[in-house]
Design a protein around this ligand. Structure first.
Ligand code: GLN
Length: 492
């Protein structure tokens, strides 16, 4: 069988169950594709063929013994921010270039328990700071739709691997858009769950009050399978929520688009910098949802202009605190021949962290310093509350809120935007994290350069099933999610 990489997760699950192919055959197939194509895409930081084949054989043995689950033997790629016991975990940073975690992140452990086979670890912006994956110490990843463009970030390796058919699905994390924006740039479906839905244990921290792991895949259905693995309370993460988890696959047809009230924030479609093609494709997708029975309701989200400044105070503030642990002493990169302790700290950190990470540590430290704390950090927290209230008010009259995932399609590699220009590209994703809400990206067409455009649907707390279900209905009625990137087509 040559087209195993074209199968959906449900088809993979059925094919394995019916012994049409083994996990070893499937895993070897993916490893061969990675060896053949990934030199061009550069989505993987670490490929783990031996481990993958051992896990595949174990999955096949388990299946023969009658102990297989739905996903036993299905391959996955993990964002290199999730700790993996015995496999290097870099978070895209030089400072962790020699780091091998002594334990698995909960998300990784749950994947193993479900029988998933680890193909390897995929690239990302250093410590998840960025929107292009160019901030990785391991080099830029290419967008499978056009190799001269970025895949987005920070989960750009996850997005590129799936879009190039180098993994059937992947884990990602989203602190300010890092699942939704690369999913948008690469024509994928990606879900950022409600804060607290997925354990953060073993997920290297960027901004702890915003970070959340989630699935990236070709369709809402594929994402639902991975959500069933990832979601759930974890005693090792004190902010993970102890409440019943849905069966996201079983619920895929539970929400009807008919009668669904979709809020259209006035402010979102007047943002300067919103590309015409993006606006047009998003509006067409909303028209389609309307044809399917949804009602479009204009709403106000008055805090829109505050999203970027608020996030870019809170996230760096938390980052500056979280990244203090990388001091060259306990683990990670250490500078050569330190003359004393201060020199060791200073040089290990300035040599180990890239420019964007250092910029954020400086901004965050400033915002938290005595004298500026009230004016910046505390103020930002107050605005954060107002942003959340804006959404809660909107959800009194609508079921979901629609927006682009990003104002543009994928940038060219090396476009060299200023930091502020880059930050403004996050306008549509940041508020969701500040409010802790779930949101999903779905592909809805292409711009004039054949680069994918994404629609974002934002839901109320714990409405992941509803979001997946709405996108699933949309994907039953359209075929944007089945289109394949150029590099995947060439290597079909
Ligand atoms: N692009 C945003 C940033 O640079 C979001 C990143 C993320 O979600 N990890 O912070």
């Amino acid at each position: 069988m040559t087209d195993l990489h074209r199968l959906s997760i449900r088809e993979l699950s059925e094919g394995l169950a019916n012994a049409q192919f083994s996990s070893r055959e499937l895993t070897e197939h993916y490893l061969k594709r990675i060896a053949k194509i990934d030199a061009q895409v550069k989505s993987y930081v670490t490929v783990t063929p031996e481990l993958a084949l051992a896990e595949a054989d174990a999955a096949d043995t388990l299946r023969k013994a009658g102990g297989a689950n739905v996903l036993t033997g299905v391959p996955i790629a993990h964002k290199d921010i999730f700790c993996t016991q015995g496999i290097k975990t870099t978070a895209g940073s030089k400072i962790l270039d020699n780091f091998i975690s002594p334990y698995d992140a909960t998300v990784v452990a749950k994947g193993k328990a479900a029988g998933l086979v680890t193909l390897g670890k995929v690239n990302m912006d250093e410590f998840a700071m960025g929107s292009t994956s160019e901030n990785s110490y391991y080099g830029a990843t290419a967008n499978p739709w056009n190799l001269n463009h970025v895949p987005g970030g920070s989960s750009g390796g996850s997005a590129a691997a799936v879009a190039a058919d180098l993994a059937p699905f992947a884990t990602g994390t989203d602190t300010g858009g890092s699942i939704r924006q690369p999913a948008s740039f690469c024509g994928l479906t990606g879900l950022k769950p409600t804060y607290g839905r997925v354990s953060r244990f073993g997920m290297i921290a960027y901004a702890s009050s915003l970070d959340q792991g989630g699935p990236m895949a070709r369709s809402a259905e594929d994402c639902a399978y991975l959500m069933n693995v990832m979601a759930g309370h974890d005693a090792k993460d004190s902010t993970s929520m102890n409440q019943v988890v849905d069966n996201y696959v079983a619920n895929l047809n539970d929400t009807s688009v008919k009668g669904l009230r979709i809020g259209i924030p006035k402010q979102y479609f007047n943002v300067s910098g919103l590309a015409e093609d993006v606006k047009a494709r998003v509006e067409e997708s909303l028209k389609k949802l309307e044809d399917m029975g949804a009602t479009l309701v204009e709403i106000d989200l008055n805090m829109t202009e505050s999203y970027v400044p608020t996030y870019y105070l809170i996230a760096p503030a938390e980052a500056s605190s979280n990244l203090q642990r990388f001091d060259g002493v306990r683990y990670g990169y250490r500078c050569e021949n330190p003359v004393d302790l201060m020199d060791l700290y200073k040089r290990s950190r300035s040599e180990g962290f890239g420019a964007e990470v250092q910029r954020r540590i400086l901004i965050g430290t400033y915002a938290l310093s005595a004298g500026y704390y009230d004016a910046y950090y505390v103020k930002a927290q107050k605005v954060r509350r107002l942003i959340q209230q804006d959404f809660l008010k909107a959800f009194e009259s609508v079921d979901v809120i629609a927006a682009p995932s990003a104002p543009t399609t994928a940038y060219k590699i090396g476009a060299d935007l200023t930091p502020v220009e880059m930050y403004l590209g996050d306008i549509y994703t940041l508020a969701v994290n500040l409010a802790g809400l779930p949101a999903i990206n779905a592909p809805v067409g292409f711009d004039q350069n054949n680069l994918p455009v994404g629609l974002q649907l934002i839901g109320n707390y714990w409405s992941e099933s509803q979001l997946l279900s709405v996108v699933h209905q949309y994907q039953q009625a359209t075929d944007w999610h089945t289109q394949r990137a150029a590099i995947a087509e060439e290597n079909a």
